[in-house]
Write a protein that binds this ligand. Sequence first.
Ligand code: GAR
Length: 219
Amino acid sequence: MKKLNLGVMISGRGSNLQAIIQACSMDDFPANIALVISNNNNAEGINHASDSQIPVNIIEEESYPDRVAFEKKITEALNFAEVELVCLAGFMKILSKNFINEWYDKIINIHPSLLPSFKGLDTHSRAISEGAKITGCSVHYVRPAVDEGPIIVQGAVPIFPEDTPDTLSKRVLEAEHKCYPLAIKLIAQGRVKVISGRTIIDGHDQFSETLINPKILKN
Ligand code: GAR
């Protein structure tokens, strides 16, 4: 089976990278990580890649005269590794319109909310303080506008009254670790089509489930 070549870009902890590494270690998973790029020399996630013998390039913006040179280096590294799909996994730098257009429909991101709600930072504390009962995560194609782009997979997670941003982020992270490999798998299987700003997933009817919070009791 020809596997889809992934380039995973990280800035920190790398737990989503770890979930993708784990998925890719399965013989029947249709993708493979060709390269990990970190824009932070101290990112914990670098160790996950090294432990699995995955090549890592550390490309820090501070080492380049400007953003154009920094992004050119990233593109060169991705092309050299023959990357076909770029996966932003906690990559905490906003990429330029030029870079994103170069990878149009070949770059995806995970965001810790049910988009289009709670774009931006501090998603969990905002979801709690606004009284949402359900939040989650979204894997989406990247577009120049931040946290916008056709949504591929979402995972819904309940918010409980006693939740703190920390407890909620742990619950959402569990969903992230399921959703990211699933989105990659669907793309690699050629089951995702982008039509008029939305995705249509071939076989979507296999995934229907409803999350209700609070759970409705029998009596
Ligand atoms: C994840 O929760 C991801 O959704 C979020 O950063 C975290 C990275 O964790 N991404 C964003 O907020 C992007 N807007 P990880 O390094 O353990 O995968």
